[in-house]
Design a protein around this ligand. Structure first.
Ligand SMILES: *Cc1c(COP(=O)(O)O)cnc(C)c1O
Length: 390
């Protein structure tokens, strides 16, 4: 027998992956040749717009793009980000010290706690949530403290419910609107409350705005940084992944408080060596056309949303109509749990949905459906659901 290498305590501490069984069942269904409709994926099904690919191609032909990128990101990209922020949110950012390009926003989100969290510091994490909020905190030795997002509070955390004994140890909080997985949105009034809460308790706010550019019925999500004094307490994470169908390219950014940006940049400069310059140049072109692309994508997802939600409502399943993101967060019907409903839809309808408890225990009682398949498949999904639940 060779040597045995035990994984680290921090890896053992990660929340368990609950979907081993679901994944296996899905794979088996696909292998058997069953016609599976997968509403489980959070990845756009449309290709990256051609003009972005062309910009990337042109950039790769310039040998200057072949060297190590700068840790700070290309000035052209930081300027394009500042211009987009100004026109989209009315927020002025200094490209020199208030903007940091990331290898996808997940990278920055997961690294942020390493820059500011010491062992035993508490971090407020909304739940259900995007998993890297928790793993980043655990890797930094911090303590994850859950803020449940409940339907009766419109999936906003109840800041008043955070225990004062915990507050003194709390150093940072994550927020995410438009939200994955609940599709909830937040208004400036809530963000102002967050700023007051953060000022009073000395807490860093990390707002993840990955879905700010996918919204419906004329609704436009705001930036956390657009409310008064937000820049004193926090940063915002953005991603080009969902906005421009660029999930595989790995490009996003953090912006806001210069001291917080500097801390994150310091961690990153010790771990990675930046984003391929040609990808950054493609990002510049993408951001210049953000308004057009996001309007187009939003119209596209809105039609899909209407097919799915109106269809389910006709079946008597009263699911809320999201104002943003590409998810539908549906309360399970009475006789089910998150997992039993997902399992039955897979077994009897060849339909994959994500059980809500996979995003943390607070997601129990819901399933998440993605609008990343086309309208005819969504109509077919509704038909199949009808056969299972009627
Ligand atoms: C998809 C997603 C991101 C984006 O991740 P990238 O690393 O930029 O691709 C960030 N936050 C949430 C909540 C997401 O769903």
């Amino acid at each position: 027998m060779g040597p045995r290498f035990d994984i680290s305590r921090r890896l053992k501490e990660l929340p368990p992956y609950l979907f081993v069984e679901m994944d296996r069942a899905k794979k088996e269904a696909v292998e058997k040749g069953r016609d599976v409709i997968d509403l489980g994926v959070g990845d756009p099904d449309q290709p990256t717009p051609r003009f972005i690919i062309d910009a990337f191609h042109r950039a790769t032909l310039d040998a200057k793009t072949h060297a190590y990128p700068s840790n700070k990101g290309l000035p052209e990209l930081r300027i394009a980000i500042a211009q987009w922020y100004k026109s989209r949110f009315g927020v002025e950012l200094n490209p020199d010290d208030e903007i940091l390009p990331l290898i996808g926003s997940k990278e920055g989100i997961a690294h942020m706690p390493l820059a500011f969290i010491n062992p035993h510091d508490a971090v407020l994490v909304p739940e259900p949530c995007y998993p890297p909020y928790k793993s980043g905190v655990i890797f930094a030795g911090g303590e994850v403290s859950i803020m449940p997002l409940l339907g009766r509070n419109n999936f906003l955390p109840d800041l008043g419910a955070v225990k004062s004994s915990l507050l003194s140890r709390t150093k940072l909080m994550f927020l995410n609107y438009p939200n994955n997985p609940t599709a909830a949105t937040a208004e400036p009034k809530f963000f102002s409350e967050v700023v007051r809460f953060a000022e009073k308790n000395n807490i860093i706010v990390c707002h993840d705005a990955a879905y700010s550019e996918i919204s419906f019925d004329g609704y436009k999500p705001t930036s956390f940084l657009a409310v008064d004094r937000a820049r004193e307490v926090g940063i915002e994470f953005h991603s080009l992944s969902k906005t421009f169908n660029m999930t595989g390219w790995r490009i996003g950014f953090a912006c806001g408080n210069a001291h917080l940006i500097e801390g994150l940049a310091k961690i990153k400069s010790n771990i990675d060596s930046g984003i391929f310059n040609a990808v950054q140049m493609a990002g510049v072109e993408a951001l210049k056309k953000a308004r057009v692309i996001s309007a187009k994508n939003s119209r596209f997802y809105q039609k899909r949303r209407d097919v799915l939600v109106n269809g389910l409502r006709k079946l008597g399943w009263n699911v809320p109509k999201p104002k943003a993101s590409f998810y539908v967060w549906a309360p399970v019907l009475k006789r089910y749990t998150s997992v039993t409903m997902a399992r039955e839809l897979l077994e009897r309808a060849d339909l994959v949905v994500t059980p809500g408890n996979g995003f943390g225990q607070s997601g129990e009682g819901y399933v998440r459906m993605s609008l990343t398949v086309d309208e005819s498949r969504l109509a077919e999904a509704v038909k199949r659901i009808g056969k299972v639940i009627s």
